[in-house]
Write a protein that binds this ligand. Structure first.
Ligand SMILES: [Fe+2]
Ligand SMILES: [Fe+2]
Length: 360
């Protein structure tokens, strides 16, 4: 059944909202520094999050001798990591029965994790967008998850048919739902009040890269395509792409890093997939790994992206500032941001998966 863009927009509005406090935490983390008091005040603005946090901090589990009644004090005592675990566990508690229950959901989640790991590799190699690349990668296909919730049976069918009939999945989605998953992702990011950069990544990650500058969108675009050819795809691409051609969109430093040890790179992707309780669907294609690895010994192809142009072209300007302010000598803050972002998104995916389960 064909639908209009207005219909899909109305259907996505019915997708359960991502808890506002968790969505705002995600925004907070895109600022250069995370202020503990700001996090505490945000949690304190929501009675149910406040109650949950105070209940836990006063439980025997933590063993504090006096009663803690202030959220700021609770956050200071627990630290950001534990606070994050408690609040996001609470955010997803309503969906506790959820999980990645279908093969399509699992593949979708695995593709997002693979894209996130690859995006981070590229960003770290180029020393640009390193603090946000993982989160951007893991958020880029939220539109697919949204479509799976809004149209569970129909979208499963679209994925199956696109694979079997070798159809372009974006065209097929557009035809079936009146909008493809990238547009659905942009709409969802807007509906949930996520940072504008996330909406831009979700909405434009399939657009061909323009210009010669390395921005966050280019990083995610290449990471998504590379994840596909490494076997972490949702729908098999229409024609098999050469991984070396895909990474030619990147500066030499990123290409060298990706070609250095592709098998080890895939090992890291699979470890991340397992950390979320999923099992990688299949081993990466040997020939793709061999192609990448053998290219490492070839003279580097001419770079399409200049090393000197590793900067923003208007995409996520604020995030450039974030990156330039953070040096590689701050792995702890970097890791913490990544972990918090990852848990927020994991909560989001669980929420969507569970909503799908309840609504079907
Ligand atoms: Fe996509
Ligand atoms: Fe993707």
């Amino acid at each position: 059944m064909q639908r209009s863009a207005a219909t899909i927009s109305a259907s996505l509005k019915k997708v359960p909202p991502f808890p506002p406090v968790a969505a705002k935490l995600l925004s907070l983390l895109s600022s250069p520094t995370v202020d503990t008091n700001e996090v505490a005040d945000l949690i304190g603005s929501d009675p149910s999050f406040t109650a949950r946090l105070l209940q836990r901090v006063n439980s025997a589990e933590f063993g504090f001798v006096s009663d803690i009644t202030s959220v700021r004090r609770a956050v200071a005592l627990l630290g950001l990591d534990t606070t994050r675990q408690i609040t996001l566990a609470h955010a997803t508690a309503a969906y506790a029965e959820g999980g990645l229950r279908t093969d399509s959901m699992r593949r979708c989640w695995q593709h997002m994790v693979a894209t996130a790991v690859l995006a981070e590799e590229i960003a770290v190699a180029c020393d640009a967008f390193a603090s946000v690349a993982f989160t951007a990668g893991i958020m880029h296909d939220i539109g697919r998850l949204g479509l799976l919730v809004a149209y569970p049976d129909e979208y499963e069918q679209v994925i199956r048919n696109a694979a079997e009939l070798s159809l372009d999945v974006l065209d097929f989605e557009q035809e079936e739902f009146g909008a493809h998953h990238a547009e659905a992702g942009r709409l969802l990011a807007e509906l949930w009040g996520l940072p504008p950069e996330m909406g831009l990544i979700a909405g434009r990650h399939h657009d061909p890269c323009e210009g010669t500058e390395l921005d966050l969108l280019r990083i995610v675009h290449v990471a998504c395509r590379l994840a596909d050819v490494l076997g972490y795809d949702v729908v098999r691409p229409l024609s098999a792409s050469n991984p070396v051609d895909i990474i030619a969109e990147l500066p030499a430093r990123a290409r060298e890093r990706l070609m250095r040890d592709p098998a080890e790179l895939c090992g890291r992707i699979e470890q991340s997939i397992r950390e979320f309780g999923s099992e990688p669907a299949q081993a990466p294609p040997e020939e793709t790994l061999a192609l990448l690895a053998s290219s490492a010994n070839d003279p580097a192809p001419a770079a399409r992206v200049s090393e000197v142009n590793v900067e923003s072209n208007g995409v996520a300007d604020a995030l450039v500032t974030t990156d330039s302010l953070e040096s590689a000598s701050q792995p702890t803050a970097e890791g913490r941001k990544r972990a918090i972002g990852l848990w927020i998104v994991a909560g989001l995916v669980c929420a969507i998966a569970a909503a799908w389960w309840f609504l079907r």
